[in-house]
Write a protein that binds this ligand. Sequence first.
Ligand code: E4P
Length: 222
Amino acid sequence: MKYFLDSAKLDEIKIAYEQYGFDGVTTNPKHIMNSGKSFKQAITDIANYVVDKPDFPVSVEINPHLETAPEMVAMAKEISALSPNFVIKVPTNQQGIIAARQLEQQGVRTNMTLVFSPAQSIMPGKIHAKYVSPFVGWKEDYGDDGLAYVKDIVDLYHRYDFDTEIIVAAIRTAKQLQQAAIYGADIVTCALSVYEASFSNPYTDLGLKTFQDAWDHTKGAQ
Ligand code: E4P
């Protein structure tokens, strides 16, 4: 089970890698905007940081305005030339699938993003995309069960032996994270705050307090 950080902020990426030993990063145009940098600057800074970290993939999304496969392929190649760590996020739609297939055939790894149904997840598996990203939080924001379809995708990928790794994305709570893990997701990606919430539990704090009291009342305690 791999943990990816969903952010384009370098200070957070450093914490994820250096402090927690996370396995990779996913970015998107919103994260780049929130980094306060230009697209070029943000991804160049990340490329420089990961230069000596070969096993730390970073997903970078192409311009979401692009509508045709040739345009997508051209931009994906440009971005991918900046770092061997970069995996290119391509939208899961007709042109995106055509583009991702060509990119994979040419050795550019892809993350097929914005997946909202098991049906939509099949082509990314068939074309051997490196990753497929179902978005849990966006579905749940609108009242859908965002995790049931993740389980279906995991089952389907096992049944057909697809080698594409499933990144469960847009995770907003520790409960969603744990459910994605229970269902067998290869990877989860979320904000640092979500991971950090999952590290703790009020019972742990309560237990610690109980043991502190016992420690303090033990004969000979300092
Ligand atoms: C995944 O790759 C996406 O960057 C992401 O999870 C989107 O989620 P958000 O809406 O929480 O930013």
